[in-house]
Design a protein around this ligand. Structure first.
Ligand code: ARG
Length: 461
């Protein structure tokens, strides 16, 4: 006689050890899939009725029961118990309790192995669409800020050393480009998420004459999986999503890194509003960029999630193995983290004050236009390598003297470049430097405006 109370308890003589019950349960985290579990089950049931595998009356009962359970879960009145193992069993058990025998027919032609894949695909499809919307909003914030900062000049950096003057608008649009790629990647990922696996059953498909295409149509999937063994063990779409999220977080993290540096007294390029900073418990003067730091920190966690999942997958024998249950916590954590980070960063950036004066000072007080001077000599016929050497020696001389290049008089200039005339000073002007970079993708006002126009046109089309 079976002692187990499990739906699968038929062949068991002993009931499950309490520790095992807790160790194997996923209900405490996969309960967040309940909406999708119910949506998928309703579609499956409608298909069973259409194929006359259950009667119309049974299907009506089952669907009403599922809707009721969904409502209770939505309202938080459903009591989730660990002995239900996972969300799929919790729903099924509750259904049988509510509608009786008919409830026991729902799982016909289905296994939790294809069911869990379906649920996660429905969940992730909806989340990815949401994340893409948030990305679009943040891109809009960056574009709007870029439009306001078309005349803000700051030094661009390489190796965190002042390199060449750029427009703040150009800098902000650089991040917009990264986010645009992130959004494209997620859209491509969506195509692989959006595949309907039901009908694969445990691993080999089902002997019950199910209509997979019909279920796919009901759930708005453009296609169905083509191999049942692959379908129940495939988590590529989750790994791919987490990778896309990791790259996206890396972009946010780099933006935050700059914000952190820029809001230091040493830079003073940006001021994060009080509402988005925190104080120190000991140093009364401090205003810390904790939000930006946490986004940077959380990026590390998302990398961890990616490695977790890839490691879970790497040595699994075909097909389904319970290890696969370990896909959910890294996935949920990634979704939550990306959404929270995007939301708070968007709000924070809207209120950042860019210190235009300080940026311009930094762009003019160094040697950021040395390359422009070299390029001027090139235009006069000096080979670039030679021009580079001349200007390099000029810079060394100016540094030693403790002045800027523009402070050197013509005689001094001629010591290094005998053909120097008054025109040389124009080459050192930051405005001139920016104007000169007028090619596609350059930092001139004209080039940045052209990019903004393209962005407008993309939105309009
Ligand atoms: N909770 C399980 C998971 O997340 C559902 C599938 C369980 N299947 C099984 N044969 N034990 O992977």
């Amino acid at each position: 006689m079976s002692k187990s109370k499990k739906p699968w308890g038929g062949r068991f003589r002993e009931s499950t050890d309490q520790q095992v019950e807790e160790f194997t349960a996923s209900i405490h985290f996969d309960k967040r899939l309940f909406r999708y579990d119910i949506e998928g089950s309703i579609a499956h049931c409608r298909m069973l009725a259409r194929k006359r595998i259950v009667t119309a009356a049974e299907s009506k009962k089952i669907i009403a029961g599922l809707r009721e359970i969904g409502r209770d879960m939505e309202e938080g009145t459903f009591s989730f118990q660990a002995d239900c193992e996972d969300i799929h069993m919790a729903v099924e058990k509750a259904l049988i309790k509510r509608v009786g025998e008919a409830g026991g027919k729902l799982h016909t032609g289905r296994s939790r192995n294809d069911q869990v894949s379906l649920d996660v695909r429905l969940y992730l499809r909806s989340e990815v669409r949401g994340i893409r919307k948030m990305l679009g909003a943040f891109m809009g914030t960056l574009t709007a800020a870029a439009r306001r900062e078309l005349d803000t000049i700051l030094p661009g950096y390489t190796h965190l050393q002042r390199a060449q003057p750029v427009l703040l608008a150009h800098y902000l649009l650089a991040f917009r480009e990264m986010l645009r790629r992130d959004s494209e990647r997620l859209e491509e990922c969506l195509a692989r998420i959006n595949v309907m696996p039901l009908g694969s059953a445990a691993l080999a498909g089902t002997g019950i004459p199910v209509d997979r295409e019909y279920v796919a149509r009901l759930l708005k999937f453009p296609g169905i999986s083509r191999n049942s063994m692959d379908a129940v063990s495939d988590r590529d779409f989750i790994a791919e999503f987490i990778f896309d999220a990791a790259l996206l977080m890396m972009h946010l993290s780099r933006f935050c890194e700059d914000l952190i540096i820029w809001s230091s007294d040493e830079f003073g390029f940006a001021e994060i509003s009080d509402a988005f900073t925190t104080g120190s418990s000991i140093m009364p003067q401090k205003k810390n960029p904790d939000v930006a730091e946490l986004i940077r920190g959380k990026t590390g966690r998302i990398y961890g999630n990616l490695v977790t999942l890839l490691t879970v997958l790497k040595a699994l024998p075909m097909t389904y193995n319970r290890d696969l249950q370990e896909d959910k916590e890294p996935l949920f954590d990634t979704v939550d983290t990306v959404k929270a980070s995007l939301s708070v960063l968007d709000a924070m950036v809207k209120k950042v004050r860019w210190n235009r004066k300080r940026m311009r000072e930094a762009a003019t007080e160094g040697y950021a236009t040395a390359t422009d001077l070299a390029e001027c000599l090139v235009k006069k016929g000096v080979p670039f390598r030679e021009a580079h050497g001349i200007v390099g020696r000029l810079v060394a001389y100016a540094i030693e003297k403790g002045v800027l290049l523009g402070d050197l008089d013509l005689d001094e200039m001629r010591r290094f470049y005998p053909a120097a005339d008054e025109g040389i000073y124009r080459c050192l002007d930051v405005e001139h430097s920016l104007r000169a970079r007028a090619g596609v993708g350059g930092t001139s006002r004209q080039s940045v405006l052209a990019r903004l126009k393209e962005i407008d046109d993309e939105k309009a089309s």
